[in-house]
Design a protein around this ligand. Structure first.
Ligand code: ATP
Ligand code: MG
Length: 418
């Protein structure tokens, strides 16, 4: 199945917003076993959209077009494509009822110009929008009109919170039934932390060689403090290949694998704490709340995450966590003893089972010969002891925060798994 993606939006080409649809759709489609042949981004203008769609229709079996289905004057994707295909736009009462319902539930009157979103090209399948107003539209284009075989053209709304559920709930099933893969496809992603990409590859590549010869594909995706290993295979033996490969990978780097299928470390931690009925507190300095932020991004965090402190200056470390003035004077704020007292103070004062503490030098200033920029101490207080590890993360401030919180979470994950 030849697939192309067209993202519309002048704002994407001005660099005002990041084209996350491109990544999100490619990821979703490739996890389903579909490969994307081409992706283009075009401005909101008629000629640009029509030219891109016409060209894609000459090649692709499926074209996904995103954006420009809304009610404003720059939202004209629907019109431009209907014109190109020579289809009339017809008022669709089901869509209009959905739109009226959307505003009624919010106790707002339906705005006047909204009815343009109830216009549907003749013969199009409506993909109802449960998170917004503009429906998605799926159109089949007869064989011979642009290319010898039949094609599908699917228009999806721009806002990610509308596009994501619409794809998962309506487009993915439509692909399965109308554009099925030639052979079965399976993929599994194992998420690791604590090893670099080439180290992971060195450990697993040759043991997987026989399976690769039999059709297994391995992909590596390296991100700050994380390497994802993607195992995929097609055909009748796909399931067997993947499960054998998984066993080998887990045998070799199992302790570094914190999740599968793109789970995030904070949600793994919240899950582990919940299962064990344990609670957590945090004391952060250089990460400025990033650890608490990432933990509280997880739904249900309140069951196990009690709270924490951002103690940026020495006085705050003393006042709120009980770090000794003597400790700070003798060892400095970025030191093993300070991290230890921060973790202990947080655990005792919050009456938590566990506490994580972080103190370090994010830079660019503030480093020294003994403690260069990037030096960080991470403390973990448990019911019976305090561990402190030292790490070196010489990165920009934002990446530093992310990588450091990842290391703190990984320390706790290993403790919780014993
Ligand atoms: P609306 O009814 O909100 O106008 P729409 O279908 O007309 O929806 P657009 O106007 O193209 O969509 O985009 C609406 C918003 O959705 C954009 O301002 C942007 O925030 C987001 N968006 C659109 N396209 C993308 C994209 N490719 N990647 C990420 N976000 C996008
Ligand atoms: Mg719009």
């Amino acid at each position: 199945v030849q697939i192309e993606i067209i993202n519309t939006g002048t704002e994407l080409l001005l660099g005002c917003i990041l084209n996350t649809h491109q990544q999100w759709l490619c990821r979703k489609l490739s996890d389903l076993g579909y490969l994307i042949a081409r992706q283009v981004t075009v401005p909101d203008t008629g000629p640009a959209i029509q030219e891109a769609v016409r060209e894609a229709l000459e090649r692709a079996d499926l074209i996904l077009v995103t954006g420009g289905l809304g009610p404003t004057s720059d939202d004209r994707t629907r019109d431009f494509i209907a014109t190109l295909l020579g289809r009339k736009l017809v008022h669709n009462q089901t869509v209009m009822d959905d739109i009226n319902g959307f505003f009624a539930r919010r106790h707002r009157a339906t705005p006047a110009h909204t009815e343009v979103q109830a216009l549907v090209p003749e013969g199009a399948l409506v993909l109802r929008n449960r998170c917004g107003t503009a429906p998605g539209l799926a159109i089949t284009i007869d064989a011979g009109k642009f290319k010898p075989g039949e094609s599908w053209l699917i228009m999806l709304p721009g806002p990610p919170n509308e596009l994501h559920p619409m794809f998962d709930e309506q487009v993915a099933p439509l692909l399965k039934s109308h554009l099925p893969l030639r052979e079965p496809f399976l993929s599994l992603t194992l998420n690791t932390t604590g090893l670099g990409e080439s180290v992971v590859e060195n450990k697993i590549a040759s043991p997987l060689k026989t399976l690769v010869d039999a059709g297994l594909e391995i992909g590596y995706c390296a991100r700050p403090s994380e390497v994802d290993v993607r195992l995929s295979a097609r055909g009748a033996h796909a399931k067997q290949l993947i499960s054998q490969a998984e066993q080998i990978v887990r045998g070799l780097v199992g302790e570094y694998i914190f999740g599968a299928s793109n789970q995030e470390l904070p949600s793994v931690i919240i899950g582990l704490l919940a299962r064990k009925h344990k609670t957590l507190a945090v004391a952060e300095s250089c990460t400025g709340g990033n650890l608490a932020h990432r933990l509280t991004n997880v739904p249900g965090a309140s069951a196990v995450f009690l709270g924490g402190w951002i103690t940026y200056q020495n006085a705050a470390k003393e006042k709120f966590l009980g770090v000794q003035a003597k400790t700070l004077a003798e060892h400095g704020a970025v030191s093993e003893p300070t991290a230890r007292e921060m973790a202990l103070g947080a655990r005792t004062r919050m009456c938590a089972d566990y506490a994580l503490s972080i103190t370090g030098i994010a830079g660019p200033g503030g480093g020294s010969g003994a403690k260069p920029v990037g030096t960080v101490f991470i403390g973990l207080a448990t019911p019976d002891r305090v561990d402190v590890v030292q790490r070196f993360n010489p990165l920009d401030r934002e990446t530093f925060k992310y990588v450091t919180t990842q290391q703190a979470l990984e320390l706790l994950r290993r403790e919780l798994l014993g």
